[in-house]
Design a protein around this ligand. Structure first.
Ligand SMILES: [Zn+2]
Length: 366
């Protein structure tokens, strides 16, 4: 496997790609460090939770064993979680770490969309917890046989192994003894996590939300207002944007990340329109499902441009009779690397391009 293939495979494994330099990182936030999660305090009672590997951030800021980055909203009497981790064990780790923030109980979990790394720990939460999502999420979890389909199917099998291979390669190449020792520790941690993960995924019981909505739902928790908004289809058929109007914070799941998102379940032209609606909200900071918090609405505009370019290039390749997997190798998106530095070479994640072909078939788009 050459280095480009290795990077691409790694990215495929992680679902969502790398990078995010243009993401205009907000000023550093105060951190509460848990055993497994780093909690950045974005506003009073609002934390951005990123899973780490024994205190070390994962390469590319994405953890194949724990899933998405989450948002923790601590209210007067309870806690609202935006998204659930990717396995029951990861959820128990999160709940243990939450004790470092608050003794209040989690009473509400919002799934931003149906993908496994945002929902697969739903089963940990008992009937006293409301799991809320768009109607589509319930249908998807009930009907899509999600453990035998993408994105879980490839990602659960590949991402941990690719991560271990990546650390191994770094260890082999490193000559500085101190850095080599640090990398060896990360490698050992990743190998241990991979061994645990193999058992962890057997414990996954896909569990749909027990409260669904189709347009807009507002939670009132003390003085806190939490708006669940369906702004249109995009990353999936039922993406929820969680908007805190007083704090001017928006949690976007994978509808908008600080880097490239997986496109394998996308509705492409609607995604571009939905991102326009996202930018019309009065937000000051976005907390994405993967990556880092960002404050620049220009990054959303840049992602719209990226999607337009993917669609235009793929339409031409498809019209020329190129297969989806060959188109994924040939599409050239390097012009967007300034905004999304995870674009390191020609090519795109093949599951996204396969989906784009299918979407063009469905819609008759050329
Ligand atoms: Zn997703």
């Amino acid at each position: 496997m050459n280095s480009r293939t290795a990077i691409l495979a790694f990215c495929i494994g992680l679902l969502c790609l790398t990078g995010g330099a243009r993401a205009q990182k907000a000023a550093p936030y105060p951190v509460v460090q848990g055993k497994y999660y780093k909690f950045e305090k974005i506003a009073d009672g609002v934390y951005y939770a990123s899973p780490e590997l024994n205190g070390t951030p994962f390469p590319f800021g994405s953890n194949p064993f724990f899933g998405a980055n989450l948002v923790v909203i601590v209210n007067k009497d309870d806690v609202v979680l935006v998204d659930s981790p990717t396995t029951p064990r990861a959820a128990h780790a999160l709940l243990a770490d939450l004790k470092g923030l608050t003794s209040k109980p989690v009473r509400t979990v919002i799934n931003t969309h149906w993908h496994y790394d945002h929902t697969d720990a739903n089963s940990v939460f008992g009937p006293e917890v409301q799991i809320i999502a768009h109607d589509y999420v319930r249908q998807a979890i009930e009907k899509f046989d999600i453990l035998n389909n993408e994105p879980f199917y490839s990602s659960s099998r590949n991402s941990g192994r690719v991560l271990v291979a990546r650390f191994q390669k770094q260890v082999d190449a490193e000559t500085n003894p101190a850095r080599k020792a640090a990398l060896q520790k990360s490698l050992a941690d990743a190998q241990a996590a991979l061994r645990e993960f193999t058992g962890d995924i057997k414990a996954i019981r896909p569990t749909p939300p027990n409260l669904t909505y189709n347009n807009r739902l507002v939670l009132h928790r003390g003085t806190r207002e939490i708006r669940l908004l369906f702004l249109g289809r995009g990353h999936t058929g039922g993406d929820t944007v969680v908007f805190l109007p007083k704090e001017r914070i928006v949690a976007t799941g994978d509808l908008m990340e600080s880097r490239l998102a997986y496109m394998g379940s996308a509705f492409f032209d609607e995604w571009i329109a939905t991102l326009g609606a996202l930018n019309r909200l009065d937000w000051a900071v976005t907390l994405p499902g993967h990556g880092v918090p960002f404050t620049d609405k220009g990054l959303v505009t840049a992602y719209q441009a990226y999607l337009r370019d993917v669609m235009a290039q793929v339409a031409k390749l498809r019209a020329a009779g190129v297969s989806p997997d060959d188109a994924a190798k040939r599409v050239d998106l390097r012009a967007h690397a300034k905004s999304f530095p995870d674009i390191e070479d020609v090519g795109a994640e093949p599951r996204g391009i396969r989906r784009l072909y299918a979407w063009m078939d469905e819609t008759g788009r050329k």
